[in-house]
Design a protein around this ligand. Structure first.
Ligand SMILES: CC(C)(COP(=O)(O)OP(=O)(O)OC[C@H]1O[C@@H](n2cnc3c(N)ncnc32)[C@H](O)[C@@H]1OP(=O)(O)O)[C@@H](O)C(=O)NCCC(=O)NCCS
Length: 331
């Protein structure tokens, strides 16, 4: 038997109910709807309920996937959670999700790569399917960004939101699934987008607990320039490497950070708007959550055999692209 590919066989998303609109933000910081829409494309974002943690998102995602695919949680071998907002430093959200969903035969871990968290996690899951040791892996990308955002900082609070999604990976013998991945990182970008306090470099103390370092810091202009360049480059690179023309690509699933970054990537790939998944206006930037949230929203339009390019750029810096052949037609 030839080596299997890792096919996506189910997808599930989750966003919390509460909506934080641009008009709400106008009352909180010096900003306005027109500026936010024209600079980012975002109209509103979702915010977790009080006490709702990352694992609560993950539980809904895992339960949804098992139900859709008609499988028992006991069949899941592994859960990988791409996120930078896990419930605790430890144990991992994956650990909690396995317990609370009854995935008693699964092991797993959290993986932090900021906005590229889902792509990194998908690639790790792919390897475990291809090597034949695991048959059913759930890969989640989700973030509760509201837990680390300063709602007095207009440079960041207008951009980020809460939500995410996940996919089930299973072995496929027909050449469907993840066919190529290019993942990159450049740690010299760490000073432009990061959270200073809360890790081992600068643990929380009584003295710093109320400082701005507790929240996400972003130098938007530098991040923007690098994102436009790198996300477009890596998307073009994966097309070249797989000899994909713009006609061959059915869908681009870009990380939703800024509509202008998405447009630049689509232009570079020669794709019209009709082939680009965009829901940034509703959900903002959910960090590791954006790409699986798009797949979930577009699932009914995806056809078996569609060539799909996933592309991301985020804090670190981390970025990458994945070429995926879709494996099923939704009912
Ligand atoms: C954050 C971002 C939207 C800011 O857009 P920008 O065009 O770079 O805006 P600037 O920071 O240059 O600010 C332009 C002007 O708007 C003002 N401004 C900044 N934030 C504002 C806000 N929220 N509301 C209103 N005005 C704002 C600035 O003060 C500045 O005013 P000035 O020209 O009078 O000095 C943009 O840089 C961006 O999207 N960066 C990348 C974000 C990203 O992708 N992050 C995640 C990576 S995964």
């Amino acid at each position: 038997m030839t080596k299997p590919t890792a096919a996506v066989t189910a997808v599930q998303g989750y966003v919390p109910e509460r909506i934080l609109s641009n008009l709400d933000l106008e009352k909180m910081v010096d900003t306005n709807d027109e500026w936010i829409v024209s600079r980012t494309g975002i109209k509103e974002r979702r915010i977790a309920a009080k006490g709702e943690a990352l694992s609560d998102f993950g539980i809904k995602i895992v339960e949804g996937i098992c139900k859709k695919r008609g499988i028992s949680p006991l069949e899941i071998d592994m859960i990988i959670v791409g996120s930078i907002t896990s419930d605790y430093r430890f144990p991992s959200a994956a650990n909690i999700i396995c317990d609370k969903t009854g995935c008693k035969n699964a092991w797993g871990f959290d993986l932090g790569a900021a906005c590229s968290g889902f792509l990194y996690a998908l690639d790790v899951g792919r390897v475990y399917i291809e090597n034949g040791t695991h048959k059913k892996i759930i890969v989640i990308g989700a973030d509760v960004m509201s837990s680390i955002i300063n709602y007095k900082d207009r440079a960041t609070c207008i951009i980020f939101g809460d939500g995410g999604g996940g996919v089930l990976l299973e072995p496929n013998q027909d050449g469907l699934g993840v066919l190529d991945t290019i993942l990159k990182s450049d740690g010299s970008g760490r000073e432009f987008l990061y959270q200073a306090i809360g890790g081992s470099a600068e643990p929380v103390t009584r003295e710093n607990a109320e400082s701005d370092g507790m929240y996400v810091y972003q130098e938007g202009k530098t991040v923007f320039k690098r994102a436009v360049q790198n996300m477009a480059d890596v998307a073009a690179e994966i097309m070249d490497r797989n000899k994909l023309s713009s006609d061959d690509v059915a869908w681009l699933v870009p990380h939703q950070a800024n509509l202008r970054i998405i447009d630049a990537t689509a232009n570079r790939m020669g794709l019209g708007k009709e082939k680009v998944m965009i829901n940034i206006e509703k959900f903002g930037n959910t960090t590791a959550g954006t790409i699986p949230l798009c797949l979930w929203e577009w699932e009914s339009k995806l056809k078996k055999g569609d060539n799909i390019v996933l592309a991301s750029f985020g804090g670190g810096f981390t970025w990458g692209a994945i070429y995926l052949k879709w494996a099923y037609n939704a009912n």
